[in-house]
Every structure is written in C-alpha cells, then in structure tokens.
Design a protein around this ligand. Structure first.
Ligand code: HT7
Ligand code: ZN
Length: 874
C-alpha cells in the first residue's frame, strides 16, 4: 500500500452535477445502477485528463457512455479504479454493478446488520457501492431509488425527501428519495429493513416544521425518547448559539447494532450505533444517557460543520471533526455543569490523547500523509482538534468567534474547504495575526509548559517565567514555538484572587496571556505577600504543565482556587504526588506509606457541607492508572497498580465513616429521576460505594449486594455489580454476575456492560475470563461493540493484567487482531494500539510486545493494520 500526501493535492478532473442511483437489494447479489452526469472541472485546464472513478469489490455488469455500451477495451479496470480516456467535456456515464452485502464484515459500504441493510460511506465506503469519483471535494445532487422485497424490507430510506413510492411484481416495492443539497458521496446513506419509527416534530426559528424520526427494531421502541429530546435541544441550541437552522423537511436517525464507530452524519439520515441512540433508565446508565445526548448533538451539528461546509480532502478532517466536537462540548457545558464537563473532557484528553501524541502513531491535527484514512479518526484529530478550536475561541473572544463562524458558514456554504479557510475567517473578524497559531495544525506532540516563579518581598514583585518545549515525534524532530493561550490568576494567602498589575497595566483578576516565544517572563507588581499562581485555568491549552508545587500549595488550591477545573486539578496533582511517592518506595524496596497530606485533603472534602455533589464526585476520583503511567518515561505497570491500590485502600479505611455517611445521605429517596441533581447524587453515591467496598468490609459488600438487588435503574445496578465483581474475594461477584446475565440476556447493549465488568476486574483470572467469554453465545468478533466491550476493555482498562509478565495478554491481543484483520480491518487497526505502545515498557516486556507485532506483521495485512504495524516497528 502506498501513502497519500497533502502536498500532492490537485482539484478533481471531473465534477458531478447529478447522480441517479437505483438499488435492487438482495443478500448476496445486490444490483446498483448508477447514472452520473459529469463535466470537466474548469479548475483543471489540462487537456484530455482521463476520467478516474474509484471502485472496490464491485463486479461490473455494464458500462455506457452517452448511451453507448462500452466494451472492456474502452476502459481500464483494476481492483481499485476504473479509468476512461478521451472522454468528452460533458458526458453521461451509466454503470451497473453487483455487490455482496451479506459477506461484507468490514462494515464499510453496503452491509447487513441484524437482517437490515445499511451503509457506511465515510471516509471511502461509497466506492464499495458503485464506481464514483469518491472524494469529498466532488459535490453532487443525488436521487436514490430503492427496490426490495416488501415483506423483508418494508422500510426503505435514503437522504432527502421521499418523492415516489409504489409496488413492483413478485412482492417487491420501491421508494425514490431526492436530496436537494449537493453533497460529497461520503454523506450518502441507505437503510432498508424491518424498522419502526418514533416520531416527533420541531419548528425552526423561522417557523418551518421538520419531521423527526428515530427508526429502531421493535423491541427498542421504548428507548427512543431521550434521543429525540436531545435532538430537539441540539436543534434549538444551534439556532441560538450559532444562528444555524436545519434545512430539510425531515431528519431521520436509524439505530443499527453492527457499526464501526459511534454514529454517522449522513445528510438527513443519520445512522447510529445503537449504543449511541438507545436509552432507558432501567437498562442504560447515566453515562450512556450523556453519551446519547452528546452524539445525537454532534451528528446534528455536522449538518452545518461538515455537510453544508465540507472538507476539501481527508487531511482536513479536523476542520469538521475538531469544530464539531468543540460545538458538542459547548452544548454539553450549556446543558449540564460546565466545570464537570471540562473535567471529564480533560481527564480523557490527558490520558488517551497525550498517549497517542507520545506514541508511534503520533500525527498532527492535520496529518501530512496517510496510507489508510480510517486510521486517522483519532483522538488527535477529534479531541486535540477541538482544543485547537477552543483556543481560537479563547484568543478572539466568544462574540468574535461567533462572527468568525458566521462568516465561515456564509462564505463557504456548499463548498469543500480547508483549515486555512476556517482560521482566515477568525483572523479576519478579530484582526489577529494567526499565522503562528497554524502550527497547532501541523506540529504533532504535546507541548510541555514549564513554569517558574519568584517572589521579591522587598520590591513586592512576583515574576513568572513560562517556557515551552514540544518533544520530537516520529518524522518531526524540530518543533517551532506555538502560540499558547495561558489563562491565569494569582491567589492570595487568604484564598482571594489578587488584582494583577503588569508594567503599569491593570489586568484584573484573571487574564489570558499569549505565550509565543520559547520563554517569556511577566512581572507582577504591588503584591504584599507571595501569591500562589493558578495556571492554565479551565485547561486553556492542551499542554503538559510541569510545575513544582508542594502538597501544601496543592491542598490550598484545592479549596481556594476560584477556577473549578483548577480546584479539581490541584486534587489530582496532590494524589499524583502521593502515588508517585508510593511508587518510589516500592521501587526502593521500602514499605509504602501514604502521604498524610492526601488523607487530610480528602477528609476536608468529605467533612465539608456538600454544595455540588457532581463536582465532589469528580474530586473523589483518584487519577487513573493510565494517567499515572503518562507521567513516566519508563512505565512500571505493576508498581503503578499496587501503589494506586494501596492509596485507595488506605484512604478508604481511614475515611470509612465519612464515606459511609455520604453514601447513606445520597442513597435515601432514591427513586429514579433524570434530573441533574439526581444524576449527580447517583454519581456521588456510587463513588462512595466504590470507596467503601475497597476496604473489603462485610458491611460494604452487603450494601453493594442490597443496592444490586433493589436498584430501579442501570446506573445503580451496574455500579453495584462492578463493586461486587471487582471485590478482593474473587467469588463474591459470581452470584450477582449470574443473576445479571439472566435478567439481561435479551438486551445486547446491557450484555456489553456485563462483559466489560468481568474483564476489567483486577484479579489474576481476568485474562482467562476474556478467553472464556469469547466463547459465550452473546459474543461475536463480527460485532464491534462486543469486541470493544470484551477485548478492548481488557487491553485498555486492565493494564496490569494485559501486561502480565508471561506475555499471555499480548498473545491474546495479537491472536484476536490477526483474526479481525480478515473480518474488520478498521477495528483490528484500532484494537492493536496498546501493543504498539511498547517503547516505555521495561526491556523484557518490550521484547514480548515486539515479538507479537512481528507475528502480526508476518500475515497478509489490510492497509489499515499494515500502516499501524509498520509505524510502530519503524
Ligand atoms: N463522521 C463520522 C466518522 C466516521 C465513521 C462513523 C461510523 C463508522 C465509520 C466511520 N468512519 C468515519 C462520525 C462522526 O465523527 O460524527
Ligand atoms: Zn463527527
């Protein structure tokens, strides 16, 4: 497979005005008849460029040019494309191909899920449906006629509006859909099957009625209300916040069980992984409700940021994804607690995205080359991309950002554009020079930000020096300084924000400073006592902050900082400090002793009046093993696990009565409600239950057992199940696991949680459980949700068991990846990632991991897996 480079971009040689498709659906022999009206692109003046259409796994039946049937000597056909030379400037190309949807386990193009037909065309799936210039800068109007057996496939859906329907011979029927908006082929969608709608309507700001429909299997009809409510909230929010109205008369969401990612924003016909649409409190947790709301909103927001204005090429993926993630994050912050939302986003970014940025597959937010674009739907493109947009909004200010986005949508409506086009709009409306800022798009790696400060009591000055350094990443040794917005404040001894004065200028109590050089110093005047700096408030830039702070300073900021995010972060850093001490003690062979400052800080949290249970629940989470590992160049997985576990047990034992009191307080009056206060209460209560069970007290296990039996909602039931299944006594969870499986055997989404609960347990038998459960009738390697719930959960969330010194965790992953390489290359290439992160492991494990990668490399690999394996072994 060969790499594609951004620098080689050329506009398409031909444009498509109109596409008319006809599908004759059949399990193994679907016919796709296409009629393309094509024209030479005036932007490509070169004479006689050939017409190149992509096509994969298509059996060509017939090809006609301007009505004349072509013979095989009239064109060149390979496994990847169809080339016609010497064609006129304007032409009609008709093709008929046959495809085999039932054998399609890659879940790209047209395939079947639970007996229903569906499509996934982003990024390059349309070429598996018909011959087409399958690139996002070719926008065309589509009509789609679908013909199928009426009893098996009563519902036939595609993009846009239905314009005709009727009966056909032999029990068949058809529906024709017309999408008035020109779109790239990656936004095409088709669904056919036995599905049922839940309907609603939305009246837009300008008074247009939009029909809303969520299509699901019959047994899931009771799980659609939350998605519909979320959709309406998102539609209203986008009108109010970005001035964006919906443009078609109908908006459909379809839930399917087999899906490679979360959801897909096809024009007017979103297709969703059922896990991101369905939500009922008896079977889905509060976290699942939140995911449904944010994914529904995300896909809806794409209607403008992605569909109306799309990407010129796939290198610009973050143009739509980074911006849309930023938009869905803003939406969630407005619907819930902004501080809690930010804490959860950053916790994920700092572990998973930072790890990606430090690993062998590190790439810029806008990559410069790829072999398989599916490998670039990453945390860097999505989450770091959203951080880059957030920084832009911080730099230009919220109101100006809105002006910039208005300009962007207006200027580029109906076009396929670049990251430069977006940033240029922000520069134009703000008057800022954003040329240095563009480096955020082109430089990979997480910048390190070092801070040093000095207080001079005589001069009453405080100097703050910030230094930036971005470590080398594969293929990028030298990094230039970035423009880093650092939001900061100075906290005085009694906990108040101090007014800041710099060079005679009054800055107020909070300011975003622009770090542009490698090193910059600011001097603050008129300070009577030494302040504690509060840096990077709200996590104003995606950087690693390196700052020496004492446990006392951190404990102080934990209560005094006026920034909610930084209060939480001070707690995280304090816990990290204490856990690092425990790791050191182990590594020197000393007995572990938890720093009393951490116990004291937790005691203070627990003793205070609970004003915000949601924030308190976040404050009471210890840093994850993955985040702890992120702090080390050489990772000692066992020491990390033991140290964190020791910290947890010590804190739990020391503070048992306080955790119990809080648990009991929030366990009262617990009839389920969707209210924010109830959600926060459940999170706090279940956090406390986790702490209580960590002590292994009989009382705590009984509380968990009682909660498990009495719960009227999945949040409480699953939290209790996990407590029991993860308890030190390896068998204490078995009866509950059994009962749970019996209760929920009919619901595949709940069974996913059941799989995960077992394979994330800390016990040494976790790996054997994975193997056992792979043979369970509810498990299938063909279903990505199952793969993620079982193998994904084990390798990503059970680090010390995955990294067992006998290498069996690595071997299990390699075996699975080899099998998946044939079934679903996209999923295989994602699943293998933990194995590629061997560089920070000890030499022995490094050797084992590399051996497994070599074993995979010896197979006949898909381009997806080839790219990841080659990069990691380079
Ligand atoms: N734009 C979509 C990205 C996507 C995808 C979705 C489902 C299956 C395969 C996919 N490949 C790429 C999802 C989104 O970001 O909204
Ligand atoms: Zn998206």
């Amino acid at each position: 497979p060969k790499a594609i480079h951004l620098k080689d971009y050329l506009p398409p040689a031909f444009l498509v005005q109109q596409v008319d498709l006809c599908f004759r659906l059949d399990d193994h022999h679907t016919r796709v008849i296409s009629r393309l009206q094509l024209q030479r692109n005036p932007a490509r003046k070169e004479h006689d460029l050939p017409l190149v259409l992509q096509g994969q796994q298509l059996q060509l039946i017939e090809l006609k040019l301007d009505g004349r049937t072509l013979s095989s000597s009239d064109y060149e056909l390979t496994d990847e494309q169809l080339t016609l030379t010497g064609v006129p400037d304007s032409l009609v190309l008709e093709s008929e191909v046959e495809i085999d949807p039932l054998s399609n386990t890659a879940l790209e193009g047209l395939y079947q899920s639970s007996g229903n037909f569906c499509t996934q065309c982003e990024a390059e799936g349309f070429r598996r449906i018909t011959f087409y210039p399958d690139r996002p800068d070719v926008l065309a109007r589509f009509t789609t006629r679908i013909e199928a057996d009426q009893s098996r496939f009563p519902v036939l859906l595609s993009n846009g509006n239905p314009i005709e329907r009727g009966e056909l011979p032999d029990g068949h029927h058809f529906v024709t859909w017309e999408d008035p908006f020109p779109k790239p082929a990656y936004l095409f969608a088709l669904v056919a099957g036995q599905l049922h709608p839940v309907k609603d309507t939305y009246t837009t700001l300008s008074g247009r009625q939009v029909a809303l429909e969520v299509w699901v299997e019959k047994e899931n009809l009771h799980k659609c209300d939350h998605a519909l409510r979320s959709l309406k909230a998102a539609m209203q929010w986008d009108e109010q916040t970005y001035g964006r109205e919906y443009d078609l008369d109908i908006y459909m969401i379809v839930a399917v069980n087999d899906f490679n990612m979360g959801a897909m924003e096809n024009k007017g016909l979103n297709i969703f992984n059922s896990s991101c649409v369905l939500a009922d409190h008896r079977s889905e947790t509060d976290m699942a409700f939140h995911r449904v709301e944010s994914v529904v909103a995300h896909e809806y927001f794409h209607n403008w940021s992605g569909n109306r204005v799309t990407c010129r090429d796939w290198f610009q993926l973050s143009l739509k994804e980074g911006f849309t993630v930023f938009r869905d994050q803003q939406f969630s912050a407005d619907q819930h607690s902004p501080a809690v939302e930010r804490i959860q986003q950053v916790a994920m970014l700092r572990t998973a995205q930072f790890a990606e940025d430090a690993g062998p597959t590190a790439h810029p937010v806008r990559p410069e080359s790829y072999i398989e674009i599916n490998n670039f739907y990453t945390l860097t493109v999505y989450e770091k991309g959203a951080e880059v947009v957030r920084m832009l909004s911080e730099l230009v200010g919220r109101d100006t950002f809105r002006k910039g986005s208005d300009l962007y949508f207006e200027r580029f409506d109906g076009q396929a554009v670049t990251v430069e086009d977006f940033v240029a709009c922000m520069a134009e409306v703000s008057g800022l020079d954003l040329s240095q800022f563009m480096r955020w798009y082109s430089q990979a790696g997480t910048p390190q930000l070092t801070a040093e400060s000095h207080y001079n009591p005589t001069a009453r000055t405080f100097t703050l020096t910030l230094r930036q350094h971005t470590p080398a990443t594969p293929g990028q040794d030298l990094k230039e300084p970035l423009l880093i917005p650092v939001k900061l404040g100075l906290v005085g001894p009694s906990g108040q924000d101090l007014p800041m004065e710099v060079n005679g200028e009054l800055w107020g109590q909070e300011r975003v400073v622009h770090l542009k050089e490698q090193e910059q110093t600011w001097t603050f005047h008129n300070l009577d006592a030494e302040p504690v700096p509060s840096l990077l408030r709200g996590f104003s830039a995606p950087v690693r902050l390196l700052l020496d702070r004492s446990p006392e300073q951190l404990a102080f900021l934990m209560t005094a900082d006026s920034d909610g995010f930084n209060r939480w972060d001070a707690g995280q850093q304090l816990a990290l400090l204490a856990i690092r001490e425990l790791i050191n003690q182990q590594q020197c062979g000393a007995a572990m002793m938890l720093n009393p400052a951490l116990i004291q800080a937790y005691r203070q949290l627990l003793d205070a009046q609970v004003t915000d249970p949601a924030i308190l629940a976040e404050m009471l989470q210890l840093p994850s093993e993955a985040y702890i590992a992120e702090q080390y160049d050489q990772v000692d997985v066992d020491a990390i696990h033991l140290a964190r576990d020791y910290a947890r047990k010590t804190l739990a034992t020391a503070l048992y009565p306080a955790f119990l009191k809080l648990y009991q307080q929030f366990a009262k009056n617990q009839a389920w409600s969707a209210e924010a206060a109830a959600v926060a209460g459940r999170r706090l209560k279940n956090t406390c239950l986790g702490w209580l069970v960590a002590t292994e007290s009989e009382e705590a296990l009984q509380l968990a057992q009682r909660q498990f039996e009495q719960a009227d909602n999945m949040t409480d039931q699953l939290a209790a199940l996990i407590c029991l299944a993860h308890a030190e006594d390896t068998t204490s969870g078995d009866p509950a696991l059994k009962a749970f499986a019996l209760q929920w055997a009919h619901d595949p989404l709940v069974m996913d949680s059941w799989f995960s609960a077992q394979v994330t347990r800390p016990h040494p038998d976790a790996l054997e459980r994975v193997k056992l459960l792979m043979a369970h009738p509810a498990f299938s390697l063909k279903n990505p949700n199952k793969v993620r719930a079982l193998i994904g959960a084990f390798v990503n969330q059970n680090r010390h068991n995955f990294h067992r010194r006998d290498g069996s965790g690595y071997a299990l992953l390699a075996d699975t990846v080899i099998e998946l390489n044939r079934i679903n290359p996209q999923i295989a290439a994602r699943l293998v990632i933990p194995l590629t992160r061997f560089r920070r492991m000890d030499d022995y494990r490094k050797g084992l991991m590399k051996n497994e990668l070599e074993r995979i490399r010896a197979e006949k690999l898909s381009p997806d897996l080839f790219e990841v394996i080659e990069k990691s072994l380079a």
